[in-house]
Design a protein around this ligand. Structure first.
Ligand code: WT7
Length: 657
């Protein structure tokens, strides 16, 4: 593979642009900085970074305590720090008129800029409303909001008073929302009347209303008026954002919070069981959000950052909200889609707002690449210095397309690897220091020690040109601390598989130059358009349908979405239906309703039986190979209970393509 890999030097805008990169001009600079940040130097380095980067209400004396061995990681445990103060007040005091948020609405031309002082007032008002409802530090607040600038204020209002926000991506179904609100026991939900996306109206409040029918603990719902559309109203429970915030003071003092106070919960799927509420803490998470944004994107004071993810995912939490604002720069809240009203939308946004940074996912790049270069050509993209990719490995074609047509060989491209659990980027190139290879996530961030482990023995693979599972030694400030009210689940999933290490669940290769290439999940997790889906969760959703006896879900490669969901379903023997096509549709609806539209299977195959071993274990490998068109490489079938089922599956799959 290495022969065909191209190597790209540090691009012009990072070599002789207006800003001198923090880390550069070559890999030696990175190596030196990294060596100074790990091993025996780690605590000193992190302590220095924490003091320089954040405002501490009460300074810490201890940098770190505990570790992965006992699952008791804590950072700056005796220090006090407030995320809202650090993201808003600091800059509102120094530069009140500086833009904090660039809001780009769904319709082109519908945009505004919110200054730091305006943001401070809105955050304060919402915080005061929450306080008036009795929200205390440590209480959870569920947030189900579209991509409006006020969503940022909702996050920071919680952080201001020590409430733990639990944001649910507004593409999740009412059932998913219900389960999350109940799991974290929120008394308060923040939402909107409707949303707008791609020219369409999204019935946000309707979804919330359906979810809350089975959430007896919810007492208050704060409703942002986004469209002014008609919505149903539960008197006593529902309150308008604009009415409530008009009643309270424009300033709310920030709460004194220990660094280890939980900042937020974010649910994510794993290979087993229900979604896990991943818990991040205030000081550690915020520090790494600030540092990774600064160094991986080489962000400077007057930069205008544009992360196109949704705020409901970790990328949005860290690189729309906390990272940019903790650095006091402008961040973009983009409400629309890459193709609305045309596939030139992203490029128009960069051009209009003079963005210096653009952060998106490979799936969007592949989609836009398919629409053709002519959509990009007209835009002035000369302000861009760094372009980021996240969510899945970026294929070289997509990388080159970004480099040729968006960066125009002047800007850097950073392929950033991280997870909901890691909180912030953990592997990425440094744009002013490193020669990039398209598709390589490249090197560990400062203060972090990546390790490749032999999946069977758990032994660390030393040196270069090795392949194994990706893990991390030691800990770093933004690693999640636990699963909400289920610490054993945290230990079992991440810390026990390889004692002393955090296990990512991804496979990786370290090439001859020491560059890390992420190979994808080694568990039953599929990645569709950068959304993490659990095969077992989709199977459980399918089984909820009356007719379904068994379901097996696999991931298949997909040109646009990276992977796609394929489901094999067997029916109960006495179940009667009016034709396969109708039933397949019903099953797809079942998944949409249970999880959300983004989890809908691309293909559903009705089969008489699933391939199983004699002991009854489903052999997903066989279905994976058949769907991948590799039916000639099925491998050892001797443990299969009924070999004839393989032919049936082949026919079904062939007929569906
Ligand atoms: C999983 C985490 C963190 C961003 C959004 C997804 C995959 C993420 C990359 C990348 C290869 C990547 C991994 C990881 N992933 N970024 N640059 N290269 N794979 O967050 O839902 O927590 O999913 O996304 O498989 O484990 P998430």
């Amino acid at each position: 593979m290495s022969e065909s890999v191209s190597v790209h030097p540090v691009p012009p805008r990072l070599q002789n642009g207006s800003e001198v990169p923090y880390i550069g001009p070559n890999i030696e600079a990175y190596k030196k900085a990294h060596a100074e940040s790990i091993g025996p130097n780690a605590d000193k380095w992190w302590g220095k970074m924490a003091r320089e980067t954040l405002h501490w209400d009460i300074p810490f004396h201890t940098v770190k305590s505990g570790g992965f061995e006992h699952g008791d990681v804590s950072w700056f445990p005796d220090g006090y720090v407030n995320a809202s103060y650090n993201c808003v007040d600091r800059w509102a005091h120094r530069t009140p008129d500086k833009t904090a948020i660039i809001y780009e609405g769904d319709e082109p031309g519908q945009h505004l800029e919110i200054s730091y002082s305006q943001l401070l007032r809105e955050v304060s008002r919402v915080a005061n409303v929450l306080k008036s409802w009795g929200v205390q530090p440590g209480d959870t607040v569920s947030i189900y909001l579209p991509m409006t600038w006020q969503s940022v204020a909702a996050f920071l209002a919680c952080a201001r008073i020590g409430a733990v926000h639990a944001v649910v991506f507004a593409g999740f179904s009412s059932e998913s929302l219900r389960d999350r609100v109940n799991d974290c026991k929120s008394r308060v939900v923040i939402t909107s009347d409707e949303g707008r996306r791609g020219g369409k109206t999204v019935n946000i409040k309707k979804i919330v209303d359906a979810a809350l029918q089975d959430c007896p603990g919810v007492e208050h719902v704060l409703v942002l008026q986004r469209t002014g559309g008609e919505v149903s109203w539960t008197a006593g429970r529902d309150k308008w954002w604009h009415e409530e915030t008009a009643k309270v003071s424009n300033f709310c003092p920030h709460a004194l919070l220990p660094a280890e106070h939980p900042l937020f919960i974010l649910y994510t799927s794993g290979s087993t069981g229900k979604p896990k509420g991943i818990v991040h803490t205030t000081g550690g998470y915020l520090l790494n959000a600030a540092l990774t944004l600064k160094y991986v994107f080489d962000v400077h004071e007057n930069d205008r950052f544009g992360c196109m993810a949704d705020m409901g995912w970790i990328t949005g939490h860290t690189y729309i909200v906390y990272g940019p604002l903790a650095n006091g720069i402008a961040t973009t809240v983009f409400e629309s889609t890459p193709v609305y009203p045309t596939p030139a939308r992203f490029w128009d946004v960069i051009d209009t707002h003079k963005l210096t940074h653009f952060y998106t996912a490979p799936t969007a790049v592949r989609l836009l690449r398919r629409h053709g270069e002519h959509w990009v050509e007209k835009a002035d993209l000369s302000t861009l210095r760094v372009i980021g990719s996240v969510g899945e490995p970026i294929n070289p074609e997509a990388w080159h397309w970004l480099n040729d047509h968006v960066g125009r060989k002047q800007a850097a491209i950073v392929d950033t690897f991280f997870q909901t659990e890691t909180g912030t980027i953990v592997v990425a190139p440094f744009p002013g220091a490193i020669e990039c290879k398209p598709g390589a996530a490249t090197v560990p961030f400062l203060g972090m020690e990546a390790a490749l482990l032999d999946p069977v023995t758990g032994k660390e693979l030393e040196g270069n040109d090795v392949e194994g599972v990706l893990a991390f030694k030691g800990s770093w400030p933004s690693i999640a601390r636990t699963v909400w009210q289920d610490h054993n689940r945290w230990l079992d999933a991440y810390l026990k598989p390889y004692p002393g290490y955090y296990f990512t669940g991804d496979g990786a290769h370290r090439d001859q130059d020491g560059y890390i290439w992420i190979k994808g999940r080694v568990d039953d997790v599929i990645n569709v358009s950068g959304h993490r889906l659990s095969t077992s969760e989709i199977e459980s959703a399918l089984i909820l349908h009356d007719g379904v006896a068994e379901a097996a879900v696999i991931g298949a490669n997909d040109e646009i979405t990276g992977q796609s969901v394929h489901a094999f379903v067997t029916l109960k023997p006495d179940f009667e239906h009016n034709g396969e096509a109708g039933l397949v549709k019903e099953l797809a609806v079942q998944v949409r309703a249970t999880i959300g539209p983004f989890a809908t299977p691309k293909k559903i195959y009705l089969v008489p039986d699933l391939p199983k071993t004699r002991s009854g274990k489903i052999m997903r490998r066989i279905m994976r190979k058949v769907v991948a068109g590799e039916a000639d490489q099925l491998g050892d079938l001797s443990t299969l209970a009924d070999p004839s089922i393989v032919e049936v599956i082949k026919d079904k799959v062939a007929a569906a393509h």
